[in-house]
Structures are given as structure tokens and as C-alpha cells.
Design a protein around this ligand. Structure first.
Ligand code: TYD
Ligand code: MG
Length: 465
């Protein structure tokens, strides 16, 4: 018999190596290789002929046209923002990975989901991180106590079978998947092998029993799903819970959804009694906006198919001793550096030896190039000490030549800005022709950054007085 041996798997990318290394040769991450034991037997026995062993009792393939999609009914979670992201609700027998940084509100969302489920839908909450008392304490802060929820403090997968069968739950929550372990694998809890094996055992159970399995998973600071990255293939839906822990605002985004679109986002606010839905994110972000100060510009962003207005602030100050500091929160450093260079070279704004600070208000992470124009205007406005008029938003991508480029769904963005009382939208020249619905005086087309700055010089002062 072949003796068992070890392989080493990377917790970031899942690549396997025959020996331990300090750095994963596949993805370049440091100290991510972990030992896994393998049986060794199967690899050496001859590969059997799969077709020769086929039995008559095998399942029959179904013609695609005869498959009834209604066979997969939805279990609405009762939380509209969550249902929106899921595409209508949880699908029985499916597996959902709820990923996010520690402290973002995953456990809270799981409890609220349990409370909002329709009557009779039981929930088994597998608690690996917190004691049942801690879970009860958290539940007491929420608007409704999930009476249909049973807590099981157990991390051994094999021990879950009994309670699962007995309770016959509609939803099984595992908080978190990193704490699970199964006797089938020898490695430590949280290792790639444990997480993968435990999750696939539970996923198989969920399919057979028809429960929706919700796996809570932590992600690292870099945003990748640590360990459970390998789960992305195994699960049907990956929801990512995002936001800044210092702020109340939370975004729930579908990274993968076998039952719906990945275009929808759910917007929440973490309050004193759990997560509340935010129907008008723009109003949340603009609530404390003072206006009239240089270095601020509002941009209509698009999250999925939802427009939301976000304020971008910039502060340009003379650099102190040594090299100039460039600090950006909520905006990519590279994007800021690019716009500084374009402002300097194409629009003649002197930014050398200046400290630059950029902030997207409300803890929002701005990933869209559509925010370029607003960011450039905020930077220029601070540098030139000219405030933008209060009634203006800007959207457009800035190219290296200083040209302003069109962005997707300008119509939705303009409509949202006008709905919230803004009267003018700065956007790429030509894009305004596509927006038949918007009043012509609301649309200000600019060809390049130099034109945008000329507009700022002409309108900024007058708008602020
Ligand atoms: P939690 O759900 O424990 O996060 P995760 O499971 O993702 O680690 O939520 C953590 C934070 O949310 C915690 O810092 C406290 C805060 N919180 C509130 O602000 N209000 C509430 O009603 C609850 C339940 C939590
Ligand atoms: Mg938690």
C-alpha cells in the first residue's frame, strides 16, 4: 500500500506544491502554503474504465426543453435589499457564500435573514465563532427575535448531521466556514483542505435535503476570500459584503449568481438595531455636504443598475519637508496619480511639491473611471481655491490626453442627479445628444480637462458668491 504523503496548498489561490515554500510560485503571496495530507493510494491504482462499470440504475439525462425552471422555487428572505441581490430569494438546495471583512455585519445579516423568513421556515445556525449567549445578545439588539432559529455550537461537520436531520431546516447558516473541520482531512481548521472538504460535504447534504446553505466566510484586507477562495467554484452564489467599518454604510454585491444577475447591489446602513435598508443611497451620502467649499465635487456613480451620488473631496496643500504626500481614501492611488499628471501636463495646473489628500465621503469605494472628471475637478478646485457651484455634478472618464470620455448609462446618472435637486451635469461633449429626456440647459458638455477648468474658472466664482 502506498504511504500517505503531504502536499502544500496555497490559501490564496489553491495551487499545490510538493514541498513547503515561503512564497507561492503561482500567485506570489507570502506565507500562504499549508500542509495537506493525501491518501496516496488512489493515485497509483490503475484508472478504471468508467463506461464499462456503468449500471442501469444510473440517473437519466433530461432534454433541456423538458426541464421546468419552476422546479426551483424561491424562498424570499423577507429582506428586500437581500432578495434584490439574490434575484428573488434563496434557492432551496443551493449554497451561498456570504463573504466580508470581520466586523462588517455578516453575522447580523444572517440573524436578520432568519427573523424575516416566512413562517414555518426553520433555521439551523451553526456557531463556530461565537457562543450561543453572544448570538442571543446580538439578536436582542435586532428589531425582531428570530424565534424559528436554533443555535448549534459545533464545528465538527459529522456532528451536524443529526441535528440537521431532526430539525429539517429551510436554511442552514454556518458562521463561519473557516471554523469547520471534518475527520476526513487531517489538516487544521481554516486550512484550504478542511474548508473545501467541509463545505463540499455540507453542500451535498443541502442538495439532498433541500435546504439553502449559507456559508459565512471572512475575507482578508486585500479583499480576496481567504481560504474560501477555493469555495467560489463550489458554491452557487457569492455575495460580498463591503463597506468601511468606520462608517455605517454597507454594500451587498453579488460576485457570482447562478440564479440571477450580478448587476444588483443591496444598500444597508448599520444602525443601533441592526442593518436597515437604504432606499436612497444618494441622500445618505450627501446628507452632511456643506457645499461652497473648494475641493469638493459630486459624481453620479453606478452600482450595478443603481445610480448613487457620492461626494469626492480633495485637499491640495503646500508640501512640508521632504517629498510630497499623496493619500487617497476610497479612490485608487494609481487613479489619483494619473489625474494629477494629466492635470499638470494637459491643463496647466501646478501640482508639483504639493501634498494631495483625496477622500470619497461616506466610506464608499470608488472603482469607476466615471469618477475621473469629478476627482480632477475636486483637485483643481482645491488647488485653485475656486469652489464648484453647489448645483453641479460631474461624470466622465479622463484619458491620458486630457480628453473626457463617455461612460455607461449616463441617462440613469443624469436622472438621479436631477431628482436630487442638482441642476447641471458636466459630462463629455457629445454624450448630451444621447440624453433626449434631460433638459438641454442641464447638460454641460466638456471636451477635455482644459475646457472643464475654463468652465470652473468662469462659473466657480460666480456660483459661490
Ligand atoms: P457582525 O455581524 O458581528 O460582523 P461579522 O459577522 O461580519 O464579523 O457585526 C459587527 C459590528 O456591527 C459590530 O462592530 C457591532 C455592529 N453592530 C451594530 O452597530 N448594531 C447592531 O445592531 C449590531 C447587531 C451590530
Ligand atoms: Mg461574525
Amino acid at each position: 500500500m502506498a504511504k500517505p504523503h503531504s502536499i502544500f496548498a496555497c490559501t490564496e489561490c489553491g495551487a499545490q506544491q510538493p514541498r513547503w515554500m515561503g512564497r507561492c510560485p503561482e500567485c506570489g503571496a507570502w506565507s500562504t502554503l499549508q500542509e495537506e495530507r493525501t491518501g496516496g493510494a488512489s493515485a497509483e491504482s490503475a484508472t478504471p474504465n468508467l463506461l464499462a462499470d456503468a449500471s442501469d440504475a444510473a440517473p437519466k439525462p433530461l432534454p433541456l426543453g423538458e426541464i421546468d425552471p419552476e422546479q426551483a422555487p424561491r424562498l424570499p428572505t423577507g429582506i428586500p435589499e437581500l432578495d434584490r441581490v439574490l434575484g428573488g430569494g434563496l434557492v432551496p438546495g443551493s449554497v451561498l457564500l456570504l463573504a466580508g471583512e470581520p466586523g462588517i455585519g455578516k453575522s447580523t445579516l444572517a440573524l436578520q435573514l432568519a427573523a424575516a423568513l416566512p413562517d414555518g421556515a426553520r433555521v439551523l445556525y451553526v456557531a463556530g465563532e461565537e457562543s450561543p449567549e453572544q448570538i442571543r445578545l446580538r439578536a436582542d439588539r435586532l428589531p425582531a427575535l428570530p424565534v424559528n432559529l436554533a443555535v448549534l455550537a459545533e464545528t465538527r461537520v459529522e456532528e451536524l448531521a443529526g441535528p440537521w436531520r431532526e430539525l429539517d431546516p429551510a436554511v442552514v447558516v454556518v458562521d463561519s466556514v473557516q471554523t469547520l473541520r471534518t475527520a476526513r482531512v487531517e489538516s487544521a481548521p481554516g486550512s484550504v483542505a478542511q474548508v473545501r472538504e467541509s463545505a463540499s460535504l455540507l453542500a451535498a447534504a443541502a442538495r439532498v435535503q433541500g435546504a439553502a446553505l449559507v456559508l459565512v466566510g471572512h475575507v482578508t484586507k486585500e479583499g480576496s476570500i481567504a481560504g474560501p477562495r477555493v469555495l467560489e467554484h463550489l458554491v452557487d452564489v457569492v455575495l460580498q459584503f463591503e463597506g468601511d467599518r468606520g462608517h455605517a454604510f454597507r454594500l451587498l454585491r453579488a460576485h457570482k449568481n447562478r440564479f440571477g444577475s450580478t448587476q444588483e447591489v443591496g444598500v444597508f446602513r448599520m444602525g443601533a438595531s441592526g442593518l436597515e435598508a437604504v432606499e436612497n443611497p444618494s441622500e445618505l451620502f450627501l446628507a452632511e455636504r456643506s457645499g461652497g467649499a473648494p475641493g469638493s465635487c459630486v459624481v453620479p456613480l453606478l452600482e450595478g443598475s443603481r445610480p448613487m451620488l457620492v461626494e469626492i473631496q480633495a485637499l491640495v496643500a503646500p508640501a512640508g519637508y521632504g517629498t510630497a504626500r499623496r493619500t487617497a481614501i476610497g479612490v485608487e492611488d494609481g487613479r489619483v496619480a494619473l489625474l494629477l499628471a494629466v492635470l499638470e501636463r494637459r491643463a496647466g495646473v501646478d501640482l508639483a511639491s504639493r501634498d494631495v489628500y483625496v477622500n470619497a465621503v461616506g466610506g464608499v469605494r470608488v472603482g469607476e473611471p466615471a469618477a475621473d472628471l469629478a476627482l480632477a475637478l475636486a483637485l483643481a478646485s482645491s488647488r485653485l481655491d475656486i469652489p464648484l457651484p453647489d448645483d453641479v455634478v460631474a461624470c466622465g472618464e479622463v484619458g491620458l490626453g486630457g480628453e473626457i470620455r463617455r461612460v455607461a448609462r449616463s441617462d440613469l446618472r443624469v436622472a438621479e442627479a436631477l431628482r436630487l435637486g442638482f441642476r447641471r451635469v458636466l459630462l463629455p461633449e457629445g454624450a448630451s445628444e444621447l440624453l433626449g429626456g434631460a433638459p438641454a440647459q442641464a447638460l454641460v458638455g466638456v471636451r477635455d480637462l482644459a475646457a472643464a477648468l475654463a468652465w470652473l474658472r468662469a462659473e466657480g466664482r460666480s456660483g459661490s458668491t
